[in-house]
Ligand binder design. Structure first.
Ligand SMILES: [Cu+2]
Length: 306
């Protein structure tokens, strides 16, 4: 009897051991246990730029810079965004749906990455083409809004005016951007729209890069069909560039076009002449980027002007 019960107990122990081992190795729950993958933000890059995870896994971004803040923000709106991650800090996002999630840093839009969840495939979106240099070169900020807006969103506006038109490129990064305009108004005041730069896209998007030419027929509002009035407002420093978002429909980032950058009569032999070729070059880059981005599974991307 004693021998028997010992054998029985040994047999039971072996069975339990086998069961536990099997359960540990083979149960679906154990196999799909959620994991966390770390992406470093370092030297203005996401490293690795591409991560592949399972549904339910988490990506944790770690800012390894000495001082520079970053975000990880999906190109699609609403998608996801981390808060601003300062040096030494982390932020995490858990992905509950399979798919490819291209993302970027709102503060440094050339930083590009992609999270592939499940069987999704893809690559980070191409970096945006550089912003052209014009006679007017502005960086938009929330601080210039009236009242001021606290936001990591930012935009870069370059333009060159002549007597009959204004050529521009506007590159903007923010959450849920719907429209961008030139408004009439002095610094510290809000005024009406006089020209469209981007949108309207009521659905919102988190990045856009548009370029175009505003001519007399494009002017609206109080300056409708009035290029002379537009030029006068430009010369007086009475125009500003404004990007609107779903969160801040009155404007998220803004920059006044200073009077000092108003168009001058074309000076012979001035450096301005050479900007023509730059515009053509950057325009081509922008078109290539646009085709690449819109062709690359980014159905949310819309273009306000052609
Ligand atoms: Cu950044």
């Amino acid at each position: 009897m004693r021998e028997r019960s010992r054998l029985a107990m040994a047999g039971f122990a072996v069975m339990m051991a086998v069961f536990v081992a099997f359960a540990g190795a083979g149960s679906p729950r154990e196999a799909s246990a959620a994991t966390t993958t770390t992406v470093n933000m370092r030297n203005f890059q996401f490293a690795p730029a591409t991560v592949t995870i399972k549904v339910g896994d988490t990506v944790r971004w770690l800012n390894n810079e000495d001082a520079v803040p970053h975000t990880a923000t999906s190109e699609a709106y609403p998608g996801f965004t981390t808060p601003v991650i300062r040096a030494g800090e982390t932020a995490s996002v858990t992905f509950d749906k399979a798919g490819a999630y291209p993302y970027f840093c709102i503060i440094h839009p050339a930083m590009r990455g992609v999270v592939l969840v499940g069987d999704a495939t893809g690559a980070p979106s191409p970096r945006p083409a550089a912003v052209a240099q014009g006679a007017i070169n502005l960086r938009l900020s929330g601080g210039e809004e009236v009242p001021a807006v606290t936001t990591p969103a930012n935009a870069t506006f370059a333009a060159t005016a002549d007597a009959t038109s204004l050529r521009f490129q506007l590159q903007s990064a923010g959450v849920g951007m719907t429209m961008a305009h030139i408004h009439q108004g002095s610094k510290g005041t809000n005024g009406p729209v006089v020209a469209f730069l981007f949108g309207p896209n009521p659905a919102g998007q988190n990045f856009f890069d548009v370029s175009g030419t505003i001519r007399e027929g494009d002017l609206v509002g109080p300056l409708r069909g009035d290029m002379k009035g537009f030029q006068a407002a430009l010369a007086a420093g009475n125009l500003y560039v404004n990007v609107h978002t779903i969160t801040n429909p009155g404007g998220e980032v803004r920059a006044q076009i200073p009077a000092t950058t108003a168009p001058r009569p074309p000076a012979t032999g001035s450096g301005i002449e050479s900007t023509g070729s730059n515009w053509a070059f950057y325009g081509l880059l922008a078109v290539i980027a646009a085709v690449a981005v819109t062709g690359g599974a980014s159905a949310w991307m819309r273009w306000g002007r052609r």
